[in-house]
Design a protein around this ligand. Structure first.
Ligand code: GDP
Length: 310
């Protein structure tokens, strides 16, 4: 079976871990958002890509969901002493990733090539593809002006009100090599429970991606559970963009792109209205607190793709 998963950071990484435990390594390709990448302290930071790779390599910090386990913070402490910005926390092991990635990018190498080499070094057998090798950046238009994604998300703890989101650089960006082939050759395409507006929208906006996803057996897992996000600003963004957050709102957002939507047991009341949108609802527990939950959700989604599809 060939599965392609579209993922942002933490929510995407959790489902990717579940899928990786059920599928053979060559059966899974994860296509990861890079629109929240940024340059900081002279280094290229790719938060979603690293979160997914660290999770699949079994080297992520289980408490935070991002960063490395067994981490130390000596460089950050020294940077603080020197008066450098410390609002974006980078541990010593994590810094090595950004340093080597930046060195290779400066030599003109592609992010997809560097990512493949890093995955080999970390023992990640699955294929992890950045959505593009080009620079795309999410810009949040807020009541406090335009903010870069990490400025909004980490530095300002997503407090400013979002009016609109745009992706700078998108007009000149192409999907990374192998992205469209992975989607077109997939037996199933899974939109992980990631932020629809800032994690999956940039991937879907790349030329050819949305049409490849909508032509396939595509299923999303709702990141909104009981009207709320499990973490992050997804529900707050729905509200600020004028849409009451719910599993049904997620279905409306992905209408025409997905054929099925996994919603949580708590959202079963939305099943009939989701069906009326022409989207098959699949109801199960979608909260991934631990490894058992991740496996269970992965099994449910894969079973549906293989046997429940109509
Ligand atoms: P980020 O880059 O850290 O924002 O990570 P993502 O883009 O992957 O997305 C965060 C989204 O995933 C939020 O909207 C959460 O509600 C959702 N999410 C995180 N964990 C879970 C989970 O266990 N189950 C479900 N259904 N959604 C989750």
């Amino acid at each position: 079976m060939k599965i392609a998963a579209l993922a942002g950071g933490v929510g995407g990484a959790k489902l990717a871990q579940g899928l990786a435990a059920v599928l053979g390594p060559r059966e899974l390709t994860v296509i990861v958002n890079t629109a929240d990448d940024f340059d900081h302290l002279g280094l290229r930071i790719c938060p979603d890509l690293d979160t997914v790779c660290y999770a699949l390599g079994g080297i992520s910090n289980p408490a935070t969901g991002w960063g490395r386990h067994d981490e130390t913070w000596n460089a950050m402490a020294e940077l603080g002493r020197l008066g450098a910005p410390t609002w974006f926390r980078l541990g010593d092991r994590d810094l090595a990733t950004h340093m080597e990635r930046t060195r290779r990018l400066n030599l003109g190498q592609a992010l997809s090539t560097i990512t493949a080499d890093f995955c080999a070094a970390w023992g990640v057998g699955q294929r992890v593809l950045p959505m593009t090798d080009d620079r795309v950046a999410s810009i949040l238009e807020t009541d406090e002006g335009d903010l870069d994604f990490q400025e909004y998300f980490v530095q300002r703890a997503f407090q400013p009100r979002v009016r609109a989101i745009r992706f700078s650089g998108l007009e000149n960006a192409a999907p990374a090599p192998a992205v469209l082939d992975a989607l077109q050759g997939a037996d199933g395409i899974i939109l992980c429970p990631s932020n629809p507006f800032v994690s999956l929208a940039p991937i879907l906006a790349l030329p050819g991606v949305q049409s490849a996803v909508s032509a396939g057996r595509s299923i999303a897992v709702s990141p909104i559970v009981g009207g709320r996000a499990i973490k992050g600003p997804a529900a707050k963004m729905f509200v600020e963009l004028g849409i009451p957050p719910s599993a049904q709102a997620v279905a409306e957002y992905y209408k025409g792109i997905i054929r099925a939507l996994v919603i949580d047991d708590i959202d079963a009341v939305h099943a009939a209205s989701i069906s009326r949108l022409g989207i098959l609802p699949l109801i199960c527990n979608t909260l991934m607190h631990d490894r058992a939950d991740r496996l269970q959700l992965a099994h449910q989604v894969l079973n549906f793709l293989t046997s429940g599809w109509q």
